[in-house]
Design a protein around this ligand. Structure first.
Ligand SMILES: O=C[C@H](O)[C@H](O)COP(=O)(O)O
Ligand SMILES: C=C(OP(=O)(O)O)C(=O)O
Length: 363
């Protein structure tokens, strides 16, 4: 190692008076290693088995072996434990009720990608006040995910900062890469190592090719720098992830859940030789971020499915206990999203029941 460094230095001698080598970052807070946190907040063997089965169920839906609809639903972001567990208990009841037609997976989104700046999620700032206690955010996230899993629910999560994925990857049954990061090579490398099915969203401009390229890239193994469970920097070698799929979320020019857009996406997936499974995100640019429009998107997806569009295997809903959203502030209303507007629980339950009923009717 030293010989290598010495050779490089000899080839490019550095004059110390010309170099400003001070890093612009300071250590704000030491963090536990992912291995230490996984040990401190460990999973029982029965829970690990449950998660393995839930991942397999999702794989079966993506491959068409299981004809139930995959439904990823829950808050845009989790900002407090009590309302998340309250939501999870209600969702578990609904999941059991529709289990013969749908598999319900709870959105437990703890990192938020921002268009510019804003609150970045429970992991970053668990007190929602800019104090950014990430050590606490990581452990409260693990505890919350473990407790939701113990209710019997599978967990969906967007993985945004690749360094953080190792702190929670054993708890997640379905992962997402968001519209702002689908084109990133670093995220494709991360997905190539993930042990669970993963959806790539189309880009914010509505382009689906970036997601198709991402699926192709992440099904291959990669060598890339990272950290092992003990925090040691290392060149990691991933096996490749065969269980990726496209998520249509609309774009700057409007929605892309209409039948022509879905047919076009299905053709492009087939031409690229990647999985043909498609999930429609009923929120974001497909609803114009108006939660009241999400049921219309859901309705349209069910209609296409009943008309024979078998590529449509899943939907995503942004749903919380109460409808709408609220700005961050000292007095937060219980069960209301602090990021994008969500459907309230009563409407969510109603529209999921309606969709399940339509799926069970003879075509
Ligand atoms: O899903 C959430 C948001 O759409 C995404 O994080 C971007 O949010 P922003 O535009 O408010 O930053
Ligand atoms: C940020 C999200 O979506 P998108 O990447 O589609 O904007 C999300 O689902 O929370």
């Amino acid at each position: 190692m030293n010989a290598l460094l010495n050779t490089a230095e000899a080839a490019h001698p550095i004059s110390s008076d010309k170099v400003d080598d001070a890093s612009t970052t300071t250590v704000s807070q030491p963090l536990p290693t992912s291995g230490a946190l996984k040990k401190a907040i460990a999973l029982e063997p029965a829970i690990r088995e449950q998660i393995a089965e839930q991942r397999q169920t999702i794989r079966n839906i993506l491959s068409g072996q299981d004809s139930r609809l995959l439904v990823v639903m829950g808050p845009c972001s989790i900002h407090d434990r009590d309302s998340a567990l309250d939501y999870a208990r209600r969702l578990k009841g609904l999941a059991d009720e529709v289990a013969d037609r749908m598999v319900l997976v709870m959105r437990v989104y703890v990192e938020k990608p921002r268009t510019t700046v804003g609150w970045k999620g429970l992991v970053y700032d668990p007190h929602l006040d800019g104090s950014d206690n990430m050590a606490e955010g990581l452990s409260s996230t693990r505890r919350l995910m473990r407790d939701i899993t113990a209710l019997g629910l599978p967990i969906a999560c967007e993985l945004l900062q690749p360094m953080l994925s190792a702190y929670m990857d054993d708890l997640i049954s379905w992962a997402a890469v968001g519209a702002r990061t689908t084109e990133s090579q670093i995220h494709r490398e991360m997905v190539s190592a993930l042990p669970m099915p993963t959806g790539f969203k189309n880009g914010t401009d509505g382009g689906i090719q970036v997601a198709i390229d991402a699926m192709g890239a992440s099904q291959h193994g990669h060598r890339y720098p990272g950290f092992d469970d003990s925090g040691q920097p290392a060149l990691l070698h991933s096996p490749g992830n065969p269980d990726t799929h496209l998520v249509l979320r609309g774009g700057h020019h409007g929605p892309n859940h209409d039948a022509p857009s879905v047919e076009k996406a299905a053709l492009a997936l087939r031409a690229a030789g990647v999985s043909g499974a498609i999930m429609v995100d009923c929120s974001h640019a497909n609803s114009g971020k108006d939660p009241a429009r999400q049921p219309l998107v859901l309705d349209e997806v069910i209609r296409q499915r009943l008309n024979g569009m078998s590529s449509l295997v899943g939907i995503m809903l942004e749903s919380h206990l109460e409808t709408g959203r609220q700005p961050m502030g000292a007095e937060l209303r219980y069960g209301v999203s602090v990021t994008d507007g969500c459907l309230g629980w009563a409407e969510s339950e109603h529209y999921i029941r309606m969709a399940a009923k339509r799926l069970s009717e003879p075509v």
